[in-house]
Design a protein around this ligand. Structure first.
Ligand code: ZN
Ligand code: ZN
Ligand code: FE
Length: 759
């Protein structure tokens, strides 16, 4: 038993740029193992020698004590000849042919680095770019793989002897930390005014804090792009920022120094706290505290604040300066992509920002802040971006290489390879050329760093989506069309490793249907390759087409015309306090004559209609606003429902009439809005639970998948999950990608891969 044995251990996963080799080195020391560890193009390979029992313990330690940023997806160990090693060593990277190693996302500054930065005797005291193998920038500074300093935006900073010594020492926390830097050799910050004149001060960060305190708006270069910052307690500063950004009502995210300060203005429970402090540092949606000190304009007419903790050392230094919170919103105007380049920031943001806090470490890949919330007892993405990307979604089986360019709004792209789906960072609404350029650059970059040459490209059915046009322009590659709501359900199935078929509830605002109409309230019996439409809301005209999305009162009129015909002007409704009857009459005429009134089965639009009828929202400033306010208004404990019904047939039609009749009757009768909104939600939950039960009887399918942007509604998500489970269904929903159109690219990719595989 005292014989020396040797094993070759191969490990795949996220094991590079995350301090994995120093970790292996330490575990070897603890277990009396000799040999070596090296990075390969596929991951990490270890030659381990020692007593059998020690090798076993070594392997167990590696899989059980894995560093927080690492993720082992595959670990194999095989016997091999002993090599007579008398020590354990970390050896140089091997140059490989394939590049399947995964890249770490950007990681918030760690406790060790923070302690150094706040220690006056440390050589990195108040140095805003301190980092180590456990923290710091990754995805946003990588130009190419393998991940080595010359292939990052740190290449222009040569390490000083002190930093180099840390970098070379296997026992050091900065061993092979590619962005390692200090005040002597690394990046630095500089303050400018908006005429690009440098402001010479000893500590630009302290000066920045003073300027913010004085009510100025600042552009601050961050990790994945610029932020526009203002003191969240200063109504004047926040108002100025709103004006400059051309953003009248969409909530601004805020950043706060620590949990204590967040407690001054928002509630959070244990789950929300865990998300706030996670190294991914997303923006977490938290319930506002009544009478909180933040300016009303930070998040007007909303029950929530989007809150994050500082994630770069620079943020920590800034936020420490006695702010309850700073607004930290993306550095862009309206719907353009966030600025990442210093020159570009001056060009585009000078009209908004009074001053610019710049630094000279280039951002190679733009990455917006991620946004999450806790709903139905789980983390849910509103936007999956910085801190999460490029961690792949692991699929149940290996699939062909596919590129999916996503949808039009909240665009992401997805590259699929083997059993991994790499969903890109948030790209945005494809409404302008700048966003389209970012979209193409992201596809190019991801193909390169992930080494994926797609065999096929998926695309939406909508002929006018920029992503569809992009796909159709690509030569010499197979194109596979994927229906929007099918993609929503498959994204949910894929991340949950469901085999299908499932009953898919695909609820959103807009998606192009196979009949050319606008879908969005769909019950689809779904397999990966195909779907059949089992039910949908009956079609309603959308008077004015896109105008009906911006002006929910048009959907209100459409609902009322559908139910009451000529008598749509029900006098007791609050809607008429905001919408004059003449305007409504014109729209009613459009509906009657079918002028510019495409038909839609969208549940998102039905939410709009109900919100308008109740006078909650007759016009909106951003997509989904009316539905969101209806949710926030609703009494979550309401169990009474309105009548509901569907027409039988191959494709069932869910009737609008009984629901709208009930809503209008209650509204005219002066029933409280919270009760009506609660009843409306309860109605949908009961309706779809019953409908699913009927479909189960016919098909025997017992799994329901929930997908589409409407499921950002926490009340509906939690209620559907609860009631369907009570009815004996297995219920799956999106946790790893957004339920909204940010998750479409995953669904497109998986559908296309299945079609390729099973042609
Ligand atoms: Zn660190
Ligand atoms: Zn240095
Ligand atoms: Fe959608």
């Amino acid at each position: 038993m005292n014989e020396i044995a040797a094993k070759k251990i191969e490990i795949n996963g996220i094991v590079q740029g995350v301090g994995f080799r120093p970790f292996v080195y330490r575990m070897a020391g603890l277990n009396n193992i000799t040999g070596e560890v090296a990075n390969t193009s596929a991951g990490v390979v270890i030659h381990a020698e020692g007593l059998i029992g020690d090798i076993d313990r070594f392997c167990r330690d590696i899989s059980e004590k894995t560093p927080i940023l690492a993720k082992i997806t595959e670990m194999t160990a095989g016997d091999c000849p002993t090599g007579g090693f008398d020590a354990f060593a970390i050896v140089k990277s091997e140059k490989g042919k394939t590049r399947s190693t995964m890249i770490s996302p950007d990681v918030s500054v760690c406790e060790d680095c923070l302690c150094e930065m706040l220690d006056p005797s440390d050589r990195r005291y108040r140095y805003p770019f301190v980092n180590c193998t456990n923290c710091g920038p990754r995805y946003t500074i990588i130009a190419d793989v393998p991940y080595d300093r010359p292939k990052t935006s740190m290449k222009s900073f040569a390490m000083c002897p002190a930093c180099q010594a840390e970098y070379d020492d296997p026992g050091n926390r900065r061993f092979h930390a590619q962005p390692n830097a200090c005040p002597v050799c690394g990046p630095s910050v500089t303050l400018f005014d908006n005429r690009q004149t440098r402001i010479s001060v000893a500590d630009p960060i302290l000066k920045t804090a003073k300027l913010l305190k004085a009510g100025h708006v600042l552009a601050i270069k961050g990790l994945g792009g610029f932020h526009l910052a203002a003191d969240a307690e200063n109504p004047g500063a926040v108002a100025k920022l709103r004006q400059g950004k051309l953003r009248e009502e969409k909530p601004f995210a805020v950043m706060s120094y620590d949990l204590e300060r967040i407690r001054r203005f928002a509630h959070f429970d244990e789950d929300e706290k865990a998300l706030l402090v996670s190294f991914r540092r997303p923006i977490v949606l938290l319930k506002k505290k009544p009478g909180n000190p933040l300016a009303e304009a930070v998040s007007p007419r909303n029950r929530y604040f989007g809150v994050m903790l500082p994630y770069t050392p620079l943020h920590c230094l800034l936020l420490k300066e006695n702010f309850t919170a700073l607004v930290m919103t993306s550095g862009n105007i309206s719907s353009e992509p966030i600025c990442i380049d210093n020159g570009d920031a001056f060009d585009r943001l000078s009209g908004i920002a009074d001053f610019f806090l710049m630094h000279n470490r280039d951002i190679l890949l733009r990455s917006d802040d991620s946004i999450v919330r806790v709903a139905a007892e789980s983390e849910r993405f509103v936007r999956r971006s910085r801190g999460y990307v490029p961690v792949p979604i692991f699929l149940k089986r290996k699939m062909p290489n596919v590129l999916a360019p996503g949808a039009e709004l909240k665009n992401t792209v997805c590259l699929l390879k083997s059993d991994r789906a790499f969903v890109s960072q948030h790209i945005g609404d494809m409404e302008n050329l700048e966003t389209y350029d970012f979209f193409r650059a992201t596809i190019r970059h991801l193909k390169n760093i992930l080494d994926i040459e797609p065999q096929a490209i998926a695309h939406d059915l909508h002929p006018d989506y920029m992503s569809t046009r992009y796909a159709l322009e690509q030569d010499g590659i197979r194109k596979i069309a994927v229906q929007h709501h099918h993609a929503h359900i498959v994204s949910c199935m894929a991340e949950n490793h469901a085999d299908g078929p499932v009953i898919g509830l695909s609820f959103d605002g807009t998606g192009y249907g196979t009949d050319g109409k606008i879908w969005g309230g769909e019950v689809l019996v779904t397999e990966y390759k195909r779907f059949t439409r089992a039910a949908h809301f009956e079609y309603l005209p959308m008077p004015g087409s896109a105008a009906a999305i911006k002006e929910p009162w048009r959907m209100g009129v459409s609902c009322l015309c559908h139910v009451f015909g000529e008598n749509f002007r029900r006098p007791g409704l609050d809607m008429w306090q905001e919408i004059n009857e003449k305007k409504a009459g014109v729209v009613a005429g459009m509906i009657r004559k079918r002028i510019n009134s495409p038909e839609t089965s969208s549940l998102g639009r039905l939410f709009d209609g109900v919100a308008a009828i109740l006078g909650v929202r007759t016009t909106v400033r951003f997509e989904g606003q009316a539905a969101m306010e209806l949710e926030m208004l609703a009494d979550a404990n309401e169990t009474a429902t309105y009548d509901y019904a569907w027409e039988k047939g191959d494709v069932r039609k869910i009737l609008i009439r009984p629901i709208i009749e009930g809503v209008a009757r209650d509204a005219e009768g002066g029933v409280a809005l919270s009760k009506i909104a609660g009843k409306f939600h309860a109605t949908l939950i009961r309706l779809f639970t019953d409908l699913c039960a009927e479909i189960r009887k016919e098909t025997g399918i017992n799994m329901v998948a929930l997908g589409g942007g409407v499921f950002q509604n926490g009340l509906l998500l939690a209620g559907m999950t609860r009631e369907l489970s009570r009815a004996g269904f297995a219920v799956i929903s999106n946790r790893l990608v957004p339920a909204n159109d940010g998750g479409i690219s995953l669904g497109q990719a998986v559908v296309a891969a299945w079609i390729l595989d099973h042609a």
